[in-house]
Design a binder for this molecule. Structure first.
Ligand code: SF4
Length: 423
């Protein structure tokens, strides 16, 4: 199915990260309207499992069969040496039916307009659109959708939306940079890994101490506590409770960060935002103009995934000390992944992600926000041989009590995290 077969957007689009084909299938299963992913060529996120050309073709076919759009990142900050082959690549992406490319470099935009004018171009957050004139500039260059800089208030987003015809996209969830939307040399200096080539080692999360050069080993007392001072360490972004205002402001797409995150996180977070966005759209349609407060269950589901702490970042004004994580990386995950459904049926075929044993309680994450608990009564090989346990990576059939009707391929199973494992 080509781009033109997918109905045009008339709702706020849920745009999800797809770091691999498996994650792409999972986030689509849990309700993404569109996915973004990187090819092996000309894309940031060098450590994500970027897609080969064959995989890109497969990704587009899989997504389009389910009416989901695919945007491909071509978001390097290009030097001259990087440009050879970009035009051919863009033409190739247009040929396989990609719904758009995400760029940050005006030179790559120029090449895209020359080589593949039919290909929609979206602007990456790294182009740092912070004002209406900048938005109009990019619109005049033929950019169809702008991912605004993360350093904007809701009022500024609203103003830009009102004065610009291009689509407006806003990051709503995921890791934050302490620097300006990812333009940062810290990682390159400290680890040799360049954030501007998609290879950040996140040294802003490290614990820092101050040392005077002539006093090796003596640390100045600048720590917040005995573990050090996390001077750069931002909490993660979470705007789930602000979706009513963002949708009312006319934002065209909400984007979730995390192409390098695991499949469980990606599927679970997309599931929550899908349910939340549907809730907001229904509630706003039923009572237009009425203030809407998000029910707590969405945030409760997010908290199950573990967190370093959440912030709404700049939405109400510049972040303060409250938006920083001074006590180190705290992950308080209450559930861990157990498996992925490969085949539905009364005895589903499951790919195991964490050892599964007969007798244990698991939970199936249905589409929507329903979680169905069940007990594993037997584990067998695909051809029916009983197993005492199923190890990570194996494919097994589960017999469960109760027998669930809800199984679907790409659905996720999880278990409550044992207390001793939680840190
Ligand atoms: S080191 Fe931190 S601030 Fe710099 S690019 Fe990486 S995540 Fe962003």
């Amino acid at each position: 199915m080509k781009t033109s077969d997918i109905p045009s957007k008339n709702r706020c689009e849920l745009l999800a990260p797809a770091g691999s084909l498996e994650k792409l299938r999972t986030v689509i299963h849990y309700g993404a309207d569109a996915v973004y992913l990187g090819g092996r060529e000309f894309s940031l996120r060098a450590h994500a499992t970027n897609f080969s050309r064959e995989e890109l073709r497969e990704a587009v076919a899989f997504a389009h069969a389910r009416q989901v759009r695919v945007y491909v990142t071509v978001n390097i900050f290009a030097h001259n040496r990087d440009l050879a082959g970009v035009a051919d690549y863009l033409q190739w992406l247009a040929g396989i039916g990609a719904d758009g490319v995400i760029i940050s470099d005006p030179g790559v935009l120029r090449l895209a307009k020359q080589a593949a004018p039919e290909l929609a171009v979206h602007l990456s957050t790294q182009a740092n659109v912070t004002n209406g004139q900048s938005a109009l500039f990019w619109q005049e260059q033929g950019v169809a959708q702008l991912n605004l800089a993360r350093e904007l208030t809701l009022a500024e987003i609203r103003e830009i939306r009102q004065n610009c015809a291009a689509g407006i996209e806003v990051f709503v969830h995921g890791a934050l940079c302490i620097s300006y939307s990812g333009r940062c040399q810290l990682s390159l200096y400290l680890t040799g890994r360049d954030a501007n080539q998609g290879d950040c080692a996140h040294p802003c999360r490290y614990a820092y101490r101050l040392q005077e050069e002539k006093r090796p080993g003596q640390f100045f007392p600048v720590e917040e506590d005995e573990r050090g001072t996390y001077i750069f360490n931002s909490k993660d972004l979470c705007l789930i409770n602000r979706l009513p205002e963002l949708v009312s402001a006319g934002v065209d797409a909400i984007k979730i960060e995390g192409r390098m995150k695991g499949i469980y996180y990606a599927g679970a977070i997309v599931r929550i935002y899908r349910a939340a966005l549907d809730h907001v759209e229904q509630a706003l349609a039923a009572a237009p103009g009425e203030p809407l407060t998000m029910p707590p269950l969405f945030m409760e589901e997010i908290m199950k995934l573990g967190t370093r702490g959440y912030t709404e970042n700049f939405l109400d004004g510049p972040p303060t000390a409250r938006d920083m994580c001074y006590t180190g990386a705290v992950v308080d995950q209450t559930y861990v992944p157990a498996g992925i459904v490969l085949e539905a049926g009364p005895r589903p075929l499951v790919e195991v992600r964490n050892r599964i044993r007969p007798g244990e309680q698991l939970e199936y994450m249905e589409q929507g926000l329903r979680n169905s608990p069940f007990t594993v009564t037997a584990v067998t090989t695909e051809d029916g041989r009983p197993l005492p346990q199923a190890d990570s990576g194996s494919r097994v059939r589960l017999t469960t009590e109760p027998v669930l009707a809800a199984w679907q391929p790409y659905g996720l199973l999880r278990r409550v995290q044992a207390k001793a494992d939680s840190h």
